[in-house]
Design a protein around this ligand. Structure first.
Ligand SMILES: [Zn+2]
Length: 225
């Protein structure tokens, strides 16, 4: 017996058939070329939120963006999943850019900010609470409706800095491989990505980039911009 849910899933498979046919029609040989290799230039580390679909936002096709997503775009040194993605992307695919992407009104960040009881995932977003605690004094001065977005941006800076400090990125830099770490934030309200300018291409650039980007975020919230 077919249920309504099965029908909905059928739609996904039908959509996929149409997408594959359209893609191949637009660019004959697209899939057979991808079969041979992927050569993405970018690693995207973003939030799992369904409203932030990585490839779509930046207009990149399959094969052009290597993607890791988790709740609240967290990069921690003990997360083998994220580290493995980074290691494969940097060491084997030789991506040129690692972009940590947060987004406004992030549910994970909101839960971290307000100590919401959300179950197992609370243990994960403890990492975002760590960010909140580091900046608690400044955050307390940000008007309530903007505090979540402020913490979203601080979280991007901290996670981008964490990415810089991973053995993967440190080793790449010490052997002279060109890889640049960035932090961006996506506006759910307008669909736009913004560069938070925590851009680092070597160990000696990390702390300066972090400090400048942090001052930038604080200035944005001080002026109401
Ligand atoms: Zn999110």
């Amino acid at each position: 017996m077919t249920t309504m849910n099965d029908d909905k899933l059928r739609d996904l498979l039908d959509n996929n058939q149409r997408w594959a046919a359209d893609t191949e029609a637009r660019e004959p040989g697209f899939f057979s070329r991808l079969l041979k290799q992927q050569t993405p230039q970018y690693l995207w580390i973003g939030c799992a939120d369904s409203r932030v679909p990585a490839n779509e936002l930046v207009g990149l096709l399959p094969g052009e963006l290597f993607v890791h997503r988790n709740v609240a775009n967290v990069v921690v040194h003990s997360d083998l999943n994220c580290l493995s993605v980074m290691q494969f992307a940097v060491d084997h695919l030789k991506v040129r850019h690692i972009i940590v992407v947060g987004h406004s009104n992030c549910g994970g960040v909101r839960a971290a900010l307000y100590d919401m009881r959300v179950g197992l995932v609370e243990n994960w977003i403890r990492h975002v609470q760590d960010v909140r605690h580091v900046h608690s004094e400044w955050l307390a001065g940000v008007p309530e409706p903007r505090r979540v977005d402020a913490l979203c941006e601080l979280n991007v800076l901290e996670q981008a800095r964490n990415a810089c400090h991973t053995t993967v990125v440190q080793d790449a830099w010490s052997r002279g491989q060109e890889v640049v770490v960035h932090g961006w934030v996506y506006g759910l309200h307008n669909g736009l990505l913004e560069d938070l300018h925590i851009t680092a291409a070597g160990s000696d650039e990390v702390e300066g980039a972090y400090r400048r980007a942090l001052a930038g975020v604080k200035a944005r919230y001080a002026t109401g911009g």
